[in-house]
Write a protein that binds this ligand. Structure first.
Ligand SMILES: Nc1ncnc2c1ncn2[C@@H]1O[C@H](COP(=O)(O)OP(=O)(O)OP(=O)(O)O)[C@@H](O)[C@H]1O
Length: 253
């Protein structure tokens, strides 16, 4: 098994002549938590959408587990274990927390109606759903409707529904966006926990989060890779500091 789980070569996305992602070659190590950061408009979201196949690249290739996935559809790559949080796992606000996870588990099995028929299967889903809720710190919230959850807990539920798909590699798009401090710390701890035994790539604005979580960080600016390395090295890089001036200085974030 190769040490590199996801690899892009010359990944490029143009929108009517505007180059949003330019010649990005990315290598994500198996088992790592890899951060993709950069100032506003750097191309992070576009890159993320290319990796999860929500956008088709103009040029370049994406290989996952040694396989060329460039031409695949989002559902196909999800089946291979490359799963984007919130991709298939939209939270249903009127259903209970437990039901949300149960539905995600049911989808993972590909069954649609079987669980209505089999008590045994239903109990198995409930058991697994409880384990997942426990894992994301939502034990005790099972019977609330998802819509009633505070924002930070809702993001935790989204992570639980993603975990229900048993991803090999998880892609998280700004998991702490819009959160209060206490929630941020909780999500950081959660991402660390769910990263055990899998690979995580996350797009993140909050540099404190990246510092606390990521083994490797790729910094994008204007669609290109500006720097790559651990937090200590990228945060000292003068080009990175210059790119962040006027927004945030990584070393002091
Ligand atoms: N569908 C699109 N059509 C045209 N331009 C686009 C489209 N999507 C993104 N862009 C442009 O591509 C550039 C990169 O955008 P992207 O959203 O990937 O950056 P980002 O790093 O995620 O930014 P932010 O941190 O602000 O979310 C921006 O200039 C944006 O305006």
């Amino acid at each position: 098994m190769s040490d590199i789980i996801l690899e892009t070569e010359g990944l490029t996305k143009e929108f009517r002549g505007f180059v949003a992602v330019s010649d990005v070659s990315l290598r994500v190590r198996r088992g790592a938590i890899h951060g993709l950061i950069g100032p506003n408009g750097a191309g992070k979201t576009t890159c993320f959408n290319l990796l999860t196949k929500f956008l088709q690249p103009t040029r370049g290739t994406i290989r996952y587990e040694g396989r060329d996935i460039t031409g695949m559809k989002p559902a196909e790559v999800a089946r291979l274990g490359l799963v984007r949080s919130f991709q298939i796992s939209a939270v249903f606000p009127r259903l209970s927390v437990l039901e949300n996870v149960r539905i995600a588990l049911q989808r993972q099995r590909g069954g649609s109606f079987d669980f209505w028929r089999s008590e045994t299967l239903l109990r198995a889903y409930d058991r697994r759903a409880s384990e997942l809720l426990e894992a994301v710190g939502l034990a005790g919230y099972e019977d609330l409707t998802a819509g009633e959850l505070p924002y930070g807990r809702k993001r935790a539920l989204e992570i639980a529904t993603t975990l229900a798909l048993d991803p090999v590699m998880m892609l998280l798009d700004e998991p702490t966006a819009g959160m209060a401090h206490e929630d941020v710390d909780r999500i950081v701890a959660l991402v660390k926990r769910v990263a055990e035994g899998r690979t995580v790539l996350l797009v993140e604005h909050n540099l404190r989060v990246v510092q606390g979580l990521c083994d490797t960080i790729t910094v994008l600016t204007r669609g290109r890779v500006l720097a790559e390395g651990d937090y200590a090295s990228v945060s000292r890089n003068p080009e990175v500091i210059a790119a962040y001036l006027g927004t945030e200085t990584p070393a002091h974030a």
